[in-house]
Each structure stands twice: as C-alpha cells, then as structure tokens.
Ligand binder design. Structure first.
Ligand code: SF4
Length: 403
C-alpha cells in the first residue's frame, strides 16, 4: 500500500531520471553539479526526480542545511522532489509519500514509521556486520517501492552518489539490483571524485561545510576514529539527540550483553570518557528514571549455519515480559527470582541479570536469563524458536562456561 501526497503538477514524463538523494555530502554534490553545470548532464532538469527516503532519525542539522541551501535551488529550477518513508514494520504496510512537489520547503526528517521505533521494538541496535539491513529496509526498499509504483517498470536512469572510495558498494549495488527497467549510474565515480572533491565543490558553490548525513544512532558513525571525532561532539552540543541512541543501546545491551552501538562497543562508555558529556549523561539518567520498566525473560537458541561447520546462524529468540513496573520494583522482583532459582544476580555495568543457562562453545546450544530494562520491547517469540530451543537444550552441554 502507498499513502500518497498530492503529486507535483506538470509531471508529464519524457524520460525518467531519478537521483537517490541521501542528504549527505556525496549526493548533494551530484545534485548541485547536475543543476549548476549543464555539461554534466544530458537530460532536462524537468525530467529529474530527486527522491529522498526518510528514516525518521537524521540529525536535525541535515534538514536545516537542505532547507537553506538545496530546496531553494530545487524550487528555482522546478525540480520534482519526492520524500518517502516506510509506513510500518511489515513490508505489507507499504510506504508513505510525505511530499511530492516542484516547490519543496520542508525536509520531512520525522519520516513515518521510523528506524528508531523498529530498533526499540525489537530491542536491538543497527548492526555493522553483514548487509546494512537498516539501510536496505528503510532507504533502498522504500525508494524501490516508490519507483515500482510510479515508474511501473518503464526504463529509468538511476543516479547513486557513491564516491570513488566506495567502489565495493557500487559493485554490490550493480549485482543486487533487480528493479525492472533500471540503469544505474554513479556520477561521482564517473567524474573520478572522492568525498573531498564533493565537499570542495559544495564549499565553492554554496560556501558551506556540508555534514555527513546519518541517523543519530548510526553505528558506522561510531566505529571509525574520524566518525567518533565528528559524532561525539555533536551529542555533547545537542544532548537531546543522544537520548534515543542511549536508550536504544541500554535496552539492547540489557537484553543481549554482546550488543553496543559501535559494533559491540558501547556509546555510553565512550561518552563516560568525555568530561564534556557529564551533563548529557545526567540527562540520560533522568530519562531512564522516567521510563516504565520490565522484568524480561530472554531465551536464545544458537544453531550453526546450514552447510558451514563453524559459522553461527542468527539466534532464535524468545522475549517475554514477566513483570512491568518501576525500576526498583523490577530489581526487587529480579532478586526474588534469583533466590528461587538459586542463582546470583550478576552485575554488568548498569545492568543486572540472572542466568539460568549460559551459551557454551558448541552448537546447538542455548542461553536463558532474566534482566531488567525499560518496558519498550513487546513480547516476541521468533519464528522457529520452539524447535531451535528444543534442539539447543539437547546439544552438547559439557563445556558450560559459567554456572
Ligand atoms: S544512516 Fe546508519 S543507521 Fe541509518 S539507515 Fe544508514 S546505515 Fe542504518
């Protein structure tokens, strides 16, 4: 299903040219050069569609830059600008067209169903390993869905703003694309531009330093030294923007001690090492205190990947809230359960857990614990959990690591 905003008037199309506009440095430079340098294109700007997928969690500065520098140009040249977002957790909910106009004024950063909502609902954080699932589901899928609904399988040219340092992403995009009628092209790579060239072009023409676009909780902004140097000061300067990432991480780590926003490393520890972040962390402590809390029973069953002896498949998980109330009340309940089970309450930073089973080194195996966390993730028993749990319970237990 697509919930549509009114379509831009004058959309009779001679040729479909679509630019995925990610709001960041690379695609801003592509768009700018396409507009300002007619020799950089072989199409009429009235045939161009600037297509934006809103995850709902971009930094507010991004919207301010886009509204101040890019949208006025799009209005001046009457370029069709479409903003779309995921409508719900399931693909069946479709997309929402937030705006479709040749006179864009507002960058709809709030999106519709947001990536943050999704992460909180499943009690995890975006992952750095493997495919970028968050980006695929909240950007790529949304853009493709609009194109399918609107272009309907006709030929279209699709500009993607990968820069010269992203050849591997270009190759993945070339291989992965199954969209009918799509001819992808990569202007920055064609021009031989790295990000510095893109940034310099924007600086020269708009007299502004563009910021890297990302969700406020993007793990890729926290896993490199350069990313951390850019991102930590942004949290300190605008503590409100740190509340969702910290809350998401707190919940995810409570439910799974292996989580952490920076590929397993925790944002809260990075901030604790910054003297300037103390007021922010006090604000977060108040934010946590305002939450409703739950006592969760978390079970995971681990299986090996089909056909790969040493690799683990995604764990099957059961998450059940066995109590809801204030934090102190839930911690008391945790202690009572620990006494009943004859197990200790284990401390792990801000978290408290009681382990019934710890994962061992061989598959199949299970882990089971009780933990206290904000009551934000609803009960969910994953597909195939019961079967995987049964098999895991019967798996090799001789190497139980922790009692
Ligand atoms: S910016 Fe980061 S968190 Fe947001 S969709 Fe992209 S990869 Fe995922």
């Amino acid at each position: 299903m697509t919930v549509a905003a009114p379509a831009a008037s004058g959309n009779r199309v001679r040729r479909w040219v679509i630019l995925s506009y990610g709001l960041g440095v690379d695609s801003t430079a592509v768009l700018l050069r396409r507009i300002l340098d007619p020799s950089s294109r072989d199409f009429d700007l009235r045939d161009l569609v600037v297509l934006i997928a809103q995850t709902g969690n971009e930094w507010p500065q991004t919207a301010r830059l886009v509204e101040r520098f890019v949208f006025p140009l799009l209005r001046r040249y009457g370029i069709r600008t479409v903003q779309v977002a995921r409508a719900g957790q399931s693909d069946a909910a479709g997309i929402v067209v937030l705006d479709d106009t040749r006179q864009p004024y507002v960058c709809h950063l709030g999106g519709a169903y947001t990536l943050g909502e999704k992460m909180i609902a499943v009690g995890t954080v975006p992952q750095v390993g493997g495919r970028r699932d968050c980006s695929i589901r909240f950007k790529g899928w949304v853009l493709d869905r609009w194109v399918l609904d609107t272009v309907g399988g006709l030929p279209y040219e699709h500009a993607v703003g990968f820069e010269l340092g992203e050849l591997s992403r270009m190759r993945i995009d070339l291989k992965a694309s199954k969209m009918p009628g799509r001819t992808p092209f990569y202007p920055l790579i064609d021009w031989g531009w790295h990000r510095e060239h893109a940034q310099a072009y924007i600086r020269e023409h708009l007299d502004v330093e563009w910021i890297k676009s990302a969700c406020t909780f993007c793990p890729f902004a926290l896993t490199s030294e350069g990313g951390r140097e850019r991102t930590i000061p942004r949290y300190i300067a605008d503590p409100d923007q740190a509340m969702l990432p910290l809350l998401m991480e707190h919940l995810a780590v409570a439910l799974n001690q292996r989580q952490g926003l920076a590929g397993g490393e925790q944002l809260v520890s990075m901030l604790a090492a910054e003297p300037g972040a103390r007021p922010l962390l006090r604000q977060f402590a108040r934010h946590l205190a305002d939450q409703e809390w739950a006592l969760y029973e978390v079970k995971r069953a681990f299986r090996k990947k089909e056909g790969e002896a040493m690799k683990m498949a995604n764990a099957a998980r059961s998450l059940v809230r066995v109590g809801v109330g204030g934090r102190a009340e839930m911690l008391d309940e945790l202690a009572a359960r620990a006494r009943t089970l004859g197990k200790p309450v284990k401390r792990d930073g801000a978290h408290r857990r009681v382990w019934a089973h710890r994962k061992n080194m061989y598959f199949p195996c299970v882990e089971e614990m009780l933990t206290v966390a904000p009551a934000l993730a609803p009960d969910k028993i994953g597909p195939g959990f019961d079967d995987a749990w049964e098999k895991g319970l019967r798996g090799p237990r001789q190497l139980q690591l922790v009692a």
